[in-house]
Design a protein around this ligand. Structure first.
Ligand SMILES: [Zn+2]
Ligand SMILES: [Zn+2]
Length: 307
Protein backbone atom coordinates (compact mmCIF):
# COMPACT_ATOMS: atom_id res chain seq x y z
CA UNK A 1 0.00 0.00 0.00
CA UNK A 2 1.96 2.90 -1.34
CA UNK A 3 2.22 6.39 0.16
CA UNK A 4 4.79 8.17 -1.97
CA UNK A 5 5.56 11.72 -2.98
CA UNK A 6 7.25 12.59 -6.28
CA UNK A 7 8.58 16.11 -6.79
CA UNK A 8 7.98 17.23 -10.38
CA UNK A 9 9.20 20.80 -9.93
CA UNK A 10 11.24 22.34 -7.12
CA UNK A 11 11.88 25.88 -8.38
CA UNK A 12 10.31 29.09 -7.12
CA UNK A 13 8.64 31.60 -9.39
CA UNK A 14 11.05 31.12 -12.29
CA UNK A 15 12.25 27.89 -13.89
CA UNK A 16 16.01 27.58 -13.45
CA UNK A 17 18.33 25.09 -15.15
CA UNK A 18 17.16 21.68 -13.99
CA UNK A 19 14.52 23.08 -11.66
CA UNK A 20 10.96 23.48 -12.92
CA UNK A 21 8.39 25.42 -10.88
CA UNK A 22 6.02 23.77 -8.40
CA UNK A 23 4.20 20.52 -9.04
CA UNK A 24 4.15 17.28 -7.07
CA UNK A 25 2.32 13.98 -7.24
CA UNK A 26 1.21 12.04 -4.19
CA UNK A 27 0.51 8.35 -4.73
CA UNK A 28 -1.80 6.92 -2.07
CA UNK A 29 -2.59 3.25 -2.65
CA UNK A 30 -1.99 3.76 -6.41
CA UNK A 31 -4.34 6.74 -6.64
CA UNK A 32 -2.51 9.83 -7.91
CA UNK A 33 -3.14 13.32 -6.54
CA UNK A 34 -1.55 16.28 -8.33
CA UNK A 35 -0.43 19.20 -6.17
CA UNK A 36 -0.08 22.47 -8.08
CA UNK A 37 0.48 22.45 -11.80
CA UNK A 38 3.16 24.87 -12.92
CA UNK A 39 4.48 25.39 -16.41
CA UNK A 40 6.36 22.25 -17.47
CA UNK A 41 4.31 19.85 -15.34
CA UNK A 42 3.49 17.65 -18.33
CA UNK A 43 7.16 17.52 -19.37
CA UNK A 44 8.06 16.39 -15.86
CA UNK A 45 5.26 13.83 -15.80
CA UNK A 46 6.52 12.29 -18.97
CA UNK A 47 10.15 12.42 -17.75
CA UNK A 48 9.30 10.78 -14.41
CA UNK A 49 6.74 8.36 -15.85
CA UNK A 50 3.62 9.71 -14.17
CA UNK A 51 0.52 8.81 -16.18
CA UNK A 52 -1.60 11.94 -16.51
CA UNK A 53 -4.73 9.90 -17.23
CA UNK A 54 -4.51 8.39 -13.73
CA UNK A 55 -5.02 11.78 -12.07
CA UNK A 56 -8.57 12.50 -10.90
CA UNK A 57 -7.95 15.19 -8.30
CA UNK A 58 -5.78 18.32 -8.57
CA UNK A 59 -5.11 20.53 -5.56
CA UNK A 60 -4.02 24.09 -6.35
CA UNK A 61 -2.57 26.19 -3.53
CA UNK A 62 -3.05 29.65 -5.03
CA UNK A 63 -3.45 31.48 -8.30
CA UNK A 64 0.10 32.73 -8.85
CA UNK A 65 1.28 31.68 -12.29
CA UNK A 66 4.12 29.48 -11.04
CA UNK A 67 1.50 27.16 -9.54
CA UNK A 68 -1.15 27.03 -12.28
CA UNK A 69 0.26 27.81 -15.72
CA UNK A 70 0.55 24.11 -16.55
CA UNK A 71 -3.18 23.53 -16.13
CA UNK A 72 -4.46 24.71 -19.53
CA UNK A 73 -1.96 22.47 -21.31
CA UNK A 74 -2.77 19.51 -19.10
CA UNK A 75 -6.51 19.93 -19.69
CA UNK A 76 -5.88 20.15 -23.43
CA UNK A 77 -3.84 16.92 -23.41
CA UNK A 78 -6.49 15.11 -21.40
CA UNK A 79 -9.10 16.25 -23.92
CA UNK A 80 -6.93 15.07 -26.83
CA UNK A 81 -6.57 11.71 -25.10
CA UNK A 82 -10.38 11.47 -25.22
CA UNK A 83 -10.66 11.30 -21.47
CA UNK A 84 -14.17 10.55 -20.27
CA UNK A 85 -13.60 10.25 -16.52
CA UNK A 86 -14.38 13.25 -14.32
CA UNK A 87 -11.60 15.53 -13.07
CA UNK A 88 -11.86 17.52 -9.82
CA UNK A 89 -9.84 20.69 -9.27
CA UNK A 90 -9.64 22.23 -5.77
CA UNK A 91 -8.37 25.81 -5.43
CA UNK A 92 -9.02 29.21 -3.91
CA UNK A 93 -11.76 31.19 -5.72
CA UNK A 94 -11.16 32.52 -9.23
CA UNK A 95 -9.56 29.59 -11.03
CA UNK A 96 -12.61 28.60 -13.06
CA UNK A 97 -12.95 32.10 -14.48
CA UNK A 98 -9.29 32.18 -15.42
CA UNK A 99 -9.39 28.83 -17.21
CA UNK A 100 -12.76 29.50 -18.87
CA UNK A 101 -11.31 32.76 -20.20
CA UNK A 102 -8.71 30.81 -22.15
CA UNK A 103 -11.27 29.11 -24.34
CA UNK A 104 -12.27 31.26 -27.32
CA UNK A 105 -15.90 32.37 -27.51
CA UNK A 106 -18.20 29.57 -28.47
CA UNK A 107 -15.63 26.84 -28.00
CA UNK A 108 -16.67 24.19 -25.54
CA UNK A 109 -14.57 23.19 -22.57
CA UNK A 110 -13.01 19.73 -22.22
CA UNK A 111 -15.17 16.78 -23.31
CA UNK A 112 -15.06 15.22 -19.82
CA UNK A 113 -16.79 16.37 -16.62
CA UNK A 114 -14.61 19.03 -15.02
CA UNK A 115 -15.58 19.95 -11.46
CA UNK A 116 -14.14 23.04 -9.80
CA UNK A 117 -14.22 23.18 -6.01
CA UNK A 118 -13.36 26.75 -5.02
CA UNK A 119 -12.37 26.83 -1.37
CA UNK A 120 -12.44 29.14 1.61
CA UNK A 121 -8.93 30.07 2.73
CA UNK A 122 -9.78 31.50 6.16
CA UNK A 123 -10.02 28.23 8.13
CA UNK A 124 -9.03 24.60 7.78
CA UNK A 125 -11.73 22.43 6.22
CA UNK A 126 -12.17 18.82 5.25
CA UNK A 127 -12.49 18.93 1.46
CA UNK A 128 -12.11 15.37 0.24
CA UNK A 129 -12.51 11.85 1.53
CA UNK A 130 -12.36 8.38 0.02
CA UNK A 131 -11.75 4.89 1.40
CA UNK A 132 -8.04 5.47 1.86
CA UNK A 133 -7.63 9.05 3.00
CA UNK A 134 -9.00 12.43 4.04
CA UNK A 135 -7.74 15.79 2.75
CA UNK A 136 -7.92 19.05 4.72
CA UNK A 137 -6.94 22.60 3.78
CA UNK A 138 -4.16 24.44 5.63
CA UNK A 139 -4.71 28.21 5.34
CA UNK A 140 -1.38 29.87 4.50
CA UNK A 141 -0.12 33.42 4.68
CA UNK A 142 1.01 34.63 1.25
CA UNK A 143 -0.72 37.97 0.64
CA UNK A 144 -3.25 36.24 -1.65
CA UNK A 145 -5.83 33.49 -0.98
CA UNK A 146 -3.67 30.41 -0.40
CA UNK A 147 -4.24 26.94 1.02
CA UNK A 148 -1.81 24.17 1.74
CA UNK A 149 -3.20 20.65 1.86
CA UNK A 150 -2.99 17.92 4.47
CA UNK A 151 -3.36 14.29 3.40
CA UNK A 152 -4.18 11.83 6.16
CA UNK A 153 -4.41 8.15 5.49
CA UNK A 154 -7.35 6.51 7.24
CA UNK A 155 -6.97 4.04 10.06
CA UNK A 156 -6.78 0.56 8.54
CA UNK A 157 -8.72 -2.39 9.96
CA UNK A 158 -6.88 -4.73 12.34
CA UNK A 159 -5.06 -7.59 10.63
CA UNK A 160 -6.30 -11.16 11.02
CA UNK A 161 -3.77 -13.70 12.25
CA UNK A 162 -4.02 -16.32 9.52
CA UNK A 163 -3.03 -19.20 11.78
CA UNK A 164 -6.01 -18.41 14.06
CA UNK A 165 -8.47 -18.71 11.19
CA UNK A 166 -7.28 -22.28 10.70
CA UNK A 167 -6.93 -23.08 14.40
CA UNK A 168 -10.53 -22.11 15.22
CA UNK A 169 -11.95 -22.83 11.78
CA UNK A 170 -13.43 -19.34 11.59
CA UNK A 171 -15.98 -18.98 8.78
CA UNK A 172 -15.09 -16.45 6.08
CA UNK A 173 -18.21 -14.34 6.69
CA UNK A 174 -17.22 -13.66 10.33
CA UNK A 175 -13.86 -12.13 9.42
CA UNK A 176 -14.93 -8.54 8.59
CA UNK A 177 -16.46 -8.05 12.06
CA UNK A 178 -13.41 -9.51 13.77
CA UNK A 179 -11.23 -7.09 11.79
CA UNK A 180 -13.38 -4.26 13.14
CA UNK A 181 -12.47 -5.35 16.66
CA UNK A 182 -15.24 -7.74 17.74
CA UNK A 183 -14.58 -10.89 19.76
CA UNK A 184 -15.63 -14.20 18.21
CA UNK A 185 -17.83 -16.98 19.61
CA UNK A 186 -17.20 -20.55 18.46
CA UNK A 187 -19.85 -23.27 17.96
CA UNK A 188 -19.59 -24.27 21.67
CA UNK A 189 -20.19 -20.72 22.83
CA UNK A 190 -16.57 -20.06 23.84
CA UNK A 191 -15.58 -16.45 23.35
CA UNK A 192 -12.17 -15.85 21.76
CA UNK A 193 -10.99 -12.32 22.54
CA UNK A 194 -10.22 -10.10 19.57
CA UNK A 195 -6.60 -9.46 20.59
CA UNK A 196 -5.90 -13.18 20.19
CA UNK A 197 -7.32 -13.25 16.67
CA UNK A 198 -5.92 -10.01 15.26
CA UNK A 199 -2.93 -7.74 15.38
CA UNK A 200 -2.78 -3.96 15.29
CA UNK A 201 -2.96 -2.34 11.86
CA UNK A 202 0.02 -0.22 10.79
CA UNK A 203 -0.17 3.47 11.78
CA UNK A 204 -1.84 5.74 9.22
CA UNK A 205 0.54 7.97 7.25
CA UNK A 206 0.32 11.70 6.59
CA UNK A 207 1.72 14.41 4.34
CA UNK A 208 1.39 18.20 4.53
CA UNK A 209 2.03 20.40 1.48
CA UNK A 210 2.75 23.98 2.54
CA UNK A 211 3.54 26.45 -0.21
CA UNK A 212 3.67 29.44 -0.72
CA UNK A 213 3.80 31.04 2.70
CA UNK A 214 5.60 33.41 4.97
CA UNK A 215 6.58 32.11 8.43
CA UNK A 216 3.26 31.22 10.03
CA UNK A 217 3.09 29.39 13.36
CA UNK A 218 -0.68 29.11 13.05
CA UNK A 219 -0.21 26.06 10.82
CA UNK A 220 1.65 24.14 13.53
CA UNK A 221 -1.41 22.60 15.27
CA UNK A 222 -2.75 21.48 11.88
CA UNK A 223 0.42 19.71 10.78
CA UNK A 224 1.60 18.44 14.17
CA UNK A 225 3.31 15.06 13.91
CA UNK A 226 2.85 14.50 10.17
CA UNK A 227 5.26 11.97 8.70
CA UNK A 228 6.27 14.21 5.83
CA UNK A 229 6.15 18.00 5.62
CA UNK A 230 6.86 19.82 2.38
CA UNK A 231 7.48 23.46 3.28
CA UNK A 232 8.65 26.09 0.87
CA UNK A 233 12.13 27.47 1.54
CA UNK A 234 12.48 30.13 -1.11
CA UNK A 235 15.43 31.99 0.46
CA UNK A 236 18.43 31.40 2.66
CA UNK A 237 18.02 33.12 6.01
CA UNK A 238 20.64 35.73 5.05
CA UNK A 239 17.99 36.96 2.57
CA UNK A 240 15.25 37.20 5.20
CA UNK A 241 14.36 40.73 4.05
CA UNK A 242 13.48 39.36 0.61
CA UNK A 243 11.38 36.59 2.16
CA UNK A 244 9.44 39.07 4.28
CA UNK A 245 8.89 41.41 1.32
CA UNK A 246 7.54 38.64 -0.94
CA UNK A 247 5.55 36.63 1.66
CA UNK A 248 7.87 33.65 1.45
CA UNK A 249 9.90 31.66 3.99
CA UNK A 250 13.56 31.11 4.56
CA UNK A 251 15.18 27.71 5.02
CA UNK A 252 15.62 28.36 8.74
CA UNK A 253 11.96 29.28 9.08
CA UNK A 254 10.83 26.13 7.27
CA UNK A 255 13.03 24.06 9.58
CA UNK A 256 11.67 25.90 12.64
CA UNK A 257 8.12 25.03 11.62
CA UNK A 258 9.17 21.38 11.09
CA UNK A 259 10.83 21.30 14.50
CA UNK A 260 7.98 22.97 16.39
CA UNK A 261 5.41 20.70 14.70
CA UNK A 262 7.49 17.56 15.49
CA UNK A 263 7.15 16.24 11.96
CA UNK A 264 8.97 13.11 10.79
CA UNK A 265 10.77 14.56 7.80
CA UNK A 266 11.07 18.00 6.17
CA UNK A 267 11.28 18.34 2.39
CA UNK A 268 12.22 21.77 1.05
CA UNK A 269 11.59 23.41 -2.29
CA UNK A 270 10.39 26.50 -4.21
CA UNK A 271 14.00 27.72 -4.33
CA UNK A 272 14.69 31.17 -5.71
CA UNK A 273 16.56 31.22 -9.02
CA UNK A 274 19.19 33.40 -7.33
CA UNK A 275 20.76 30.22 -5.87
CA UNK A 276 22.71 28.14 -8.36
CA UNK A 277 23.42 25.34 -5.88
CA UNK A 278 21.56 24.22 -2.79
CA UNK A 279 24.28 22.85 -0.48
CA UNK A 280 23.92 25.76 1.90
CA UNK A 281 20.15 25.23 2.06
CA UNK A 282 20.63 21.70 3.33
CA UNK A 283 23.26 22.76 5.83
CA UNK A 284 21.12 25.62 7.14
CA UNK A 285 18.03 23.41 7.52
CA UNK A 286 19.85 20.55 9.25
CA UNK A 287 21.26 22.93 11.83
CA UNK A 288 17.68 23.53 13.02
CA UNK A 289 15.94 20.29 12.06
CA UNK A 290 18.32 17.38 11.34
CA UNK A 291 15.82 15.30 9.36
CA UNK A 292 15.66 17.82 6.50
CA UNK A 293 15.97 16.95 2.83
CA UNK A 294 16.26 18.90 -0.39
CA UNK A 295 13.33 18.39 -2.69
CA UNK A 296 14.60 18.29 -6.29
CA UNK A 297 12.91 17.49 -9.59
CA UNK A 298 12.44 13.73 -9.74
CA UNK A 299 13.02 13.11 -6.01
CA UNK A 300 10.74 10.52 -4.44
CA UNK A 301 9.92 10.18 -0.78
CA UNK A 302 8.07 7.06 0.24
CA UNK A 303 6.56 6.63 3.69
CA UNK A 304 6.59 2.97 4.60
CA UNK A 305 4.02 1.30 6.80
CA UNK A 306 5.16 1.01 10.39
CA UNK A 307 3.64 -0.92 13.24
ZN1 LIG B 1 5.28 30.26 -5.99
ZN1 LIG C 1 2.97 32.54 -4.78
Amino acid sequence: MKFELTILGSSGAMPFKDRFPTAQVLNVHEQLFLLDCAEGTQMRMSRFRIKRGKIHHIFITHLHGDHIFGLPGLLTSLAMNLRTEPLHIYSPPGLKNMIDGLFPDGEKGPPFPLHYHELDTSQSQKIFENKALTVYTIPLSHGIDCNGYLFREKEMPRKMRKEKIEEYNIPYQDIPKIKEGEDWKDANGHIIPNHELTEKAPSPRSFAFCTDTSYNEEIIPLIKGVDLLYHEATFLHEDLDKAVKTNHSTVTQAAQIASKAHVGKLIMGHYSARYETLDRHLEEAKAVFPNSYLGYDGAQFEIFLKK
